[in-house]
Design a protein around this ligand. Structure first.
Ligand code: NAP
Length: 286
């Protein structure tokens, strides 16, 4: 069996187009567009690229840009004050503190100061609690992107055996919670899982979020399964996922490539979250 390849660029482009229409409609209704405040502390080159890409994507769909760049010497109190300023600013619908912050700062404590209603990264403890309890809230971007890819290909989640490899707060746990919310039967694997291969081989939906290149081989894949590879591993020969794509594609029904699978979804879902946050704040329907 040769798997159908899930094209994340196509799905992400569709989400971005819809967000663009939603931004236009919001601005017409409210007189101003949704706004995103990106906060970058210090000069980490990778973080600068990530923030630049997010701002560019916002500009493309008409989301207003409230970027602030603080020096690496900024204190915890200064960053906290900027977050509070954005929490109070009605033009700012969403706040994104780019992580990691310089090591002198406590990134988790700063993230926790973001108003949960503006938490477009979905990473505050309150957002995590809302997700765990299944109450309305902003969901983390990459995990939402995983669900969007599955939905775009009409993968049946209700009652499906879903296996998530990885239990980070950023990816594994929220993906598992979102799959559970969709009534999948969810198993979470991690570094202490006794028989990873056998557990994965049960999965109708297999999500790998590990950070170990090509950990998931063909023998981990149930024939016909949907395989979503969140991993991004930089190797001398280029990017690799957590899934051995060539081997897994022989058995899977659907599979994401790396790059070009989950990667493009993260920013698309950030844009969607920003519009969602703006709409909830404006319409007060929470
Ligand atoms: P992380 O915080 O390092 O978590 C990795 C998880 O994998 C942990 O739960 C760990 O288990 C588990 N693990 C490690 N080795 C394992 C093994 N041999 N067998 C089974 N489980 C194992 O990583 P993360 O932040 O979740 O990111 C995971 C991957 O996704 C990375 O490659 C990252 O670059 C990528 N990523 C991509 C995007 C995107 O936009 N596409 C976004 C975020 C992350 P323990 O908990 O037991 O240690």
């Amino acid at each position: 069996m040769a798997a159908t390849i899930i094209d994340g660029k196509v799905v992400a482009a569709r989400v971005r187009q819809q967000v663009g229409r939603d931004v236009t409609a919001f601005a017409a209704r409210r007189g101003q567009p949704p706004g995103l405040a990106t906060i970058l502390v210090g000069d980490d080159p990778a973080s600068e690229v990530y923030v630049r890409n997010k701002r560019k994507a916002c500009a493309e769909v008409g989301i207003a840009d409230f970027h602030r760049h603080l020096p690496a010497t900024a204190s915890q109190a200064e960053v906290a004050a900027l977050i509070e300023e954005n929490n109070a600013d009605p033009r700012v619908s969403g706040i994104l503190l780019q992580l990691p912050v310089p090591k002198e700062l406590d990134g988790a404590a700063l993230t926790a100061r973001i108003s949960p209603d503006k938490d477009v990264d979905g990473l505050t403890p309150i957002s995590a609690g809302r997700l765990a309890q299944g109450t309305p809230g902003l969901r983390p971007c990459t995990p939402s992107g995983v669900i969007e890819l599955l939905d775009a290909h009409d993968v049946a989640l209700e009652g499906a055996e879903a296996v998530v490899v990885g239990r980070s707060d950023l990816v594994g746990k929220p993906v598992a919670a979102l799959l559970l919310q969709r009534n999948a039967t969810v198993t979470i694997c991690h570094s202490r899982t006794r028989d990873l291969r056998a557990t994965c081989a049960r999965a109708d939906v297999l999500v790998a979020a590990v950070g170990v290149p090509r950990l998931i081989g063909g023998e981990h894949v149930k024939p016909g399964a949907a395989v979503i590879d969140v991993g991004i591993n930089r190797l001398p020969e280029g990017l690799a996922g957590d899934v051995d794509f060539d081997a897994a594609a022989q058995r899977a029904g659907l599979i994401t490539p790396v790059p070009g699978g989950v990667g493009p979804m993260t920013i698309a879902m950030l844009l969607r979250n920003t519009v969602t946050a703006a709409s909830l704040a404006a319409d007060g329907d929470r």
